[in-house]
Design a protein around this ligand. Structure first.
Ligand code: NDP
Ligand code: 8X3
Length: 255
């Protein structure tokens, strides 16, 4: 049977592109996100394009009981994932910390940290019991370089990197691999979500910059999960050509 990838945040941006790239490689897919309609549309699209075997799991990763029930259902229906992509995540707001809404703070922590930790906890025992599997966590350059107005988002992504490093130690006697993907500016729905649906403000983020595309990150994830068993890529940082650190992007490219 072909390998299985369980992907959170699979309906948009990097998660969606990763689902497509892995479908093209012949993976079976188990896709999770909150919006059921988008999940079904994504699954149908991948079945049509790649004849892919796709299961869908509507899930809010912040809901501990739902995470456990989803993992149990996936393990029973599809088996343990060969690849677990913890992609679901978001930024909310871009203002000094003292002005940041407590709701936004909690949503970032609960999704980017707590959700990712819970999903990993739900699947890791099954991966360990077969002694195989690759956990791919979406960090960010934001976790390496803090920037103005994003203290919470940056801290959540730093947590993802440190968590990944921690579980890599805990599974060291096994063949499980853990990779943190740390992209810079990627043009997805990310900014529209960050700015609470303000499309004009979101579009301005990408104006004048040749931003990374979701497919670029998906290609790197495919590369990471396609290495021989002896090779473990621990951290991969991917910046746009005109990017130097997190959120430091030149919009004055020399011709
Ligand atoms: P998108 O907004 O395009 O996609 C986010 C995905 O996450 C959607 O499928 C969304 O679906 C899902 N999601 C959000 N909240 C939850 C939740 N509580 N439970 C389950 N699914 C959820 O963003 P990106 O593709 O850009 O971001 C994906 C990941 O990459 C994030 O972790 C982000 O922090 C990280 N990243 C993004 C970068 C960028 O510049 N775009 C750069 C570096 C890292 P739904 O709303 O239906 O749940
Ligand atoms: C998303 C990249 O630079 O917008 O993690 O924070 S950035």
């Amino acid at each position: 049977m072909s390998e299985l990838a369980f992907i959170t945040g699979a309906t948009s941006g990097i998660g969606r592109a990763t689902a497509e790239a892995l479908a093209a490689k012949g993976y079976r897919l188990a896709l999770a996100a909150r919006n059921v309609e988008k999940l079904n549309d994504t699954a149908e699209d991948l079945r049509m394009k790649y004849n892919a075997d796709v299961s869908v799991y509507p899930l809010d990763v912040r809901d501990r009981d739902a995470v456990q029930a989803t993992a149990a259902a996936c393990l029973a229906e599809c088996g343990a994932p060969d690849v677990l992509v913890n992609d679901a995540g978001l930024a909310r707001g871009l203002e000094p910390y003292e002005e940041t809404s407590p709701d936004d703070i909690e949503q970032m922590i609960d999704t980017n940290i707590r959700g990712l930790f819970l999903v990993t906890r739900a699947f890791l025992p099954a991966m360990l019991s077969r002694n195989s599997g690759h956990i791919v966590n979406l960090g960010s350059t934001a976790g390496l370089y803090a920037y103005a107005g994003a203290a919470v988002y940056c801290a959540t992504k730093a947590a993802v990197k440190t968590f990944s490093d921690g579980i890599r130690i805990d599974v060291i006697d096994s063949d499980i691999k853990v990779t943190t993907i740390q992209p810079g500016i990627v043009q997805t729905n990310f900014s529209e979500v960050r700015f609470h649906g303000d499309k004009a403000r979101a579009a301005a983020v990408y104006e004048g910059v040749d931003a990374l595309q979701a497919e670029d990150i998906a290609n790197v994830i495919v590369f990471a999960v396609s290495q021989p068993k002896r090779v473990q890529l621990s951290d991969i940082v991917i910046m746009a050509n005109q990017q130097a650190t997190g959120f430091m992007v030149s919009k004055k490219k020399k011709s």
